[in-house]
Design a protein around this ligand. Structure first.
Ligand code: ADP
Ligand code: ASP
Ligand code: MG
Length: 406
């Protein structure tokens, strides 16, 4: 019978420098026994990907996405080779591979490619030779041999997809915190480590801005029911299990709070209040390649209204341009924008059965003199768009109000 496979992913901070890479190599060897096989996925060293993006920005405002993928994918190639060397130095055989070499086949949407198939043939062959396999995260290849990347944070997705393809026993995500916390422990010192969280809750938290896991990786883990163990690469403590169902008897109304500063708000003033206007606006925005999140249309007492919506800050220039052209066409008023907003969200499966959760959120924000600019809800979350300067205060107040301090 084939030996059980463990997939381990080490994020950028875990391999930020040579000393850490040596610690990671040691850690990998501690997990390796005669009876198992280890496949490791690594991110680029520290802030390498951001640095590469900055380099490109010095040459072009809109660098070609194909070339961005050529550039960004080099980061993980460096770290995977260095980790393989560090393991060999400790006396165990190891081999590094790029995404293309392990057959991570993707579509051709550069910078946010989707995985279509994983052959993993080279991995299986190397494991049979008792090698520890190190795979460069975040990257794949198209059927035409073009290198692609899987969206920021994409090494998480590489790890989960490999765990699925290799039928791994467990997928461990090693990072710089001890697991998933009730909120970002860098914002709230009192944040508590969560022992177990469901895929649904984690997907909601990740989509609403908890940076710790890439949302797409959680979608794949949920679809194929791959339990994930998020833990620290600096300690031996057990971390957080992300699973289908938790052992809890009853769900908490709120199990986590997130803060996302990646969005900006656009308002198109003075649009006519008549059928078809919203359809026209959002069709044009979508044609410009911009995804829209929260939308609010003010109640109109005259025949005119203002429509506000949020977009990713990285799409703001495109979104303003498209909004101005549509405002002109519709004979609407000014197009305003605000980059200084933050999305604060409360997340919890228990919201389905608890009443008054949203009201308590609004009350807490009011008591802390935080003005709510927009609101959206899902069945397990409530989000408010507020002024960015009040974001940290709001998160701390909500964390306390929903008794998440332990
Ligand atoms: P890696 O480099 O390992 O991929 P990331 O920087 O992508 O790590 O994610 C880890 C960071 O996510 C932590 O340092 C933490 O500040 C942040 N984070 C945000 N929300 C949470 C949360 N609810 N629980 C844990 N970490 C969180
Ligand atoms: N290095 C890539 C990024 O910074 C992928 C990852 O770390 O997961 O987005
Ligand atoms: Mg990450």
């Amino acid at each position: 019978m084939a030996k059980p496979i463990i997939v381990q992913k080490f994020g950028g901070s875990s391999v930020a420098n040579i000393d850490r890479i040596k610690v990671v190599a040691q850690r990998i060897l501690e997990s390796k026994t005669k009876r198992n096989n280890i496949v490791v996925v690594v991110s680029a060293l520290g802030d390498t990907t951001d640095d590469l993006v900055d380099l490109a920005a010095k040459i072009s405002e809109h660098p070609p996405e194909r070339e961005m993928d050529m550039l960004m994918s080099t980061g993980e190639q460096i770290s995977s080779a260095l980790v393989a060397m560090a393991i060999q130095e400790l006396g165990h055989d190891a081999i590094s591979f790029t995404g293309a070499q392990v057959g991570i086949l993707t579509d051709d949407i550069h910078t946010k490619a989707k995985i279509q198939n994983i052959s993993a043939r080279s991995i299986r062959k190397a494991l049979k030779e008792n090698k520890i396999v190190i795979v460069a995260g975040f990257q794949g290849v198209t059927k035409n041999n073009e290198i692609t990347t899987l969206g920021r944070g994409g090494s998480d997705l590489t790890a989960v997809a490999l765990a699925m393809a290799l039928k791994a026993q467990v997928c461990e995500i090693f990072t710089d915190v001890e697991g998933i916390y009730t909120t970002d422990p860098r914002i709230v010192r009192e944040a508590q480590k969560i022992k177990e969280i469901t895929f649904d809750e984690m997907l909601e938290m990740a989509s609403l801005g908890a940076q710790v896991m890439q949302p797409r990786s959680i979608e794949v883990a949920r679809r194929f029911n791959i339990p994930l163990h998020v833990r620290s690469s600096f300690s031996k403590e057990e971390g957080t299990m992300i699973v289908k169902n938790t052992q809890k008897l009853e769900d908490l109304a709120v199990s986590g709070i997130t803060c996302n500063k990646a969005e900006a708000k656009i308002t198109i003033c003075g649009v006519q209040d008549k059928p078809g206007v919203a359809a026209e606006i959002f069709t044009q925005i979508s044609k410009a390649g911009v995804s829209v999140d929260t939308i609010v249309q003010n109640v109109s007492h005259t025949r005119q209204t203002d429509i506000s919506f949020t977009v990713l800050k990285t799409d703001l220039t495109k979104a303003i341009k498209a909004s101005q052209s549509i405002a002109e066409k519709l004979k609407a008023g000014d197009v305003l924008h605000d980059k200084n907003v933050a999305r604060i969200s409360i997340v919890g499966s228990g919201m389905r059965s608890h009443r008054g959760v949203a009201a308590k959120m609004f009350q807490t924000l009011a008591e802390n003199e935080v003005n709510i600019e927009m609101i959206t809800t899902s069945d397990i979350s409530v989000s408010c768009i507020i002024d960015q300067s009040q974001a940290e205060r709001a998160v701390k107040a909500l964390h306390k109000a929903f008794s998440l301090e332990g």
